[in-house]
Design a protein around this ligand. Structure first.
Ligand SMILES: Cc1ncc(COP(=O)(O)O)c(C=O)c1O
Length: 388
């Protein structure tokens, strides 16, 4: 009998050790882990460099209050601003905190320029931005808001891909459009580059802000630091989390100088965010990801993965309908049942996780080896053969 409340339906498996792309179960079995904490362990399990950095920093200083200067947080923020569109950063501890802070930054900007009536955020219906009261109503998916009324106001919605309803939903009160660059939980649905460009144009025309939620698709997962880098656009505000901590909880909101002007002392805060231990680990992750050739390698190897997955799809069209995603944010949209498929993969020692629309998510670490991808492909093909 578990003492944990039942907010998850957990798979009946637990682990005692992880190393790189692999997990070792409590029963001593070895699994290829292509969940990686749902895109969290960007450099795999128990990364030797991260272990070293964590051990060293833990001996010096774990935590101090944001009432003081924190040089480690300064360093991480400087790295992020040097390498991206952003001029300023606010640290958080998770994805939902980052998306919620992104919403606050947008609202605060319009307040600070004397337009407090511009305070509504326009989102894709059924998208995923986290589980706080505000972010569940940002999504407005029935399964997320059920039982959590009254409704948190301030969000309007349009349907994915419905450009007419998007334009219609923009009003004088709209402060920002907030979308996931690639819808993760929603089924690895990629917003095409031309659409992202169009979104930027609309935001410019209407003088509203563009928030791109890169909590799942950011920090190198697609082979570029941000998924929107492929579209060559600049958003105004970008929440990130997951991959930047490499397994340690870190979130951040990246923003332009313009919108950061609304942020004044006292307008936002967090006890834990940006602490020395978290910041030092985040910096070590970024140093690895920004190493010469690292992201090129993600692009190169993930392309191979996509090509080979598409071959399996062509061989088994009754089982796999479509290969979705970019880089190592991969979705297999199935004709077969996703739960059964995931169970079969797990039985064959490959861990994956589901998303909406009957999609199986495949999320290797960014430093996955080609032979590990080959092993995954072999298992996926074997499982498809089992259906015959
Ligand atoms: C796009 C996106 N935004 C926000 C979140 C929320 O992140 P967290 O679970 O760390 O609160 C997630 C989590 O899956 C996500 O995928």
């Amino acid at each position: 009998m578990t003492s944990l409340a039942k907010n998850y339906s957990r798979r009946k498996i637990s682990f005692k050790k992880g190393k790189g792309s692999f997990l070792y179960s409590s029963k001593g079995k070895k699994y290829l882990d292509f969940v990686q904490g749902i895109a969290v362990n960007s450099l795999g399990h128990s990364n030797p460099n991260l272990n070293r950095v964590l051990a060293k920093q833990s001996k010096n200083l774990w935590h101090v209050s944001n009432a003081f200067e924190i040089p480690e947080a300064e360093k991480l923020a400087r790295k992020l601003t040097k390498k991206t569109f952003a001029d300023k950063v606010i640290f958080q501890n998770s994805g939902l905190e980052a998306t919620e802070a992104a919403i606050k930054v947008a609202k605060r900007y319009f307040y600070s320029i004397g337009q407090p009536q511009k305070n509504r955020i326009l989102c894709i219906k059924g998208s995923f931005h986290g589980r706080s009261l505000a972010t569940i109503f940002a999504s407005s998916a029935k399964k997320m808001i059920e039982g959590f009324g009254p409704k948190i106001d301030g969000f309007d919605h349009f349907n994915f891909g419905d450009h007419k309803s998007l334009r219609k939903a923009i009003t004088k009160r709209t402060a920002a459009i907030m979308v996931e660059t690639i819808l993760g939980e929603g089924g690895i649905k990629v917003i095409p580059n031309w659409c992202l460009k169009e979104l930027r144009k609309i935001c410019n025309q209407k003088k509203i802000l563009l928030i791109l939620d890169e909590v799942q698709c950011g920090v190198g997962r697609t082979g570029k630091f941000f998924a929107f880098d492929y579209a060559k656009i600049k958003p105004d505000i970008v929440p990130i989390a997951k991959g930047i901590g490499g397994g340690y909880p870190i979130g951040a909101v990246l923003m332009s100088k313009k919108v950061a002007s609304g942020i004044v002392p006292g307008s936002h805060g967090s006890t834990f965010a940006g602490a020395p231990l978290a910041s030092t680990i985040g910096l070590a992750v970024l140093e690895q990801i920004f190493k010469k050739g690292f992201l090129k390698n993600v692009q190169h190897l993930s392309k191979y993965f996509h090509i080979e997955l598409n071959k399996i799809k062509d061989e088994f069209p009754k089982i796999i309908k479509e290969v979705r995603g970019v880089g190592y944010l991969i979705g297999l949209k199935l004709n077969a049942d996703q739960n059964e498929f995931i169970r079969k993969l797990e039985f064959n020692k490959l861990l994956t996780i589901k998303a909406s629309e009957n999609v199986v998510r495949i999320l290797p670490p960014l430093n996955v080896k080609k032979k590990e991808i080959k092993l995954a492909l072999k298992i996926i093909r074997k499982v498809c053969l089992e259906y015959k």
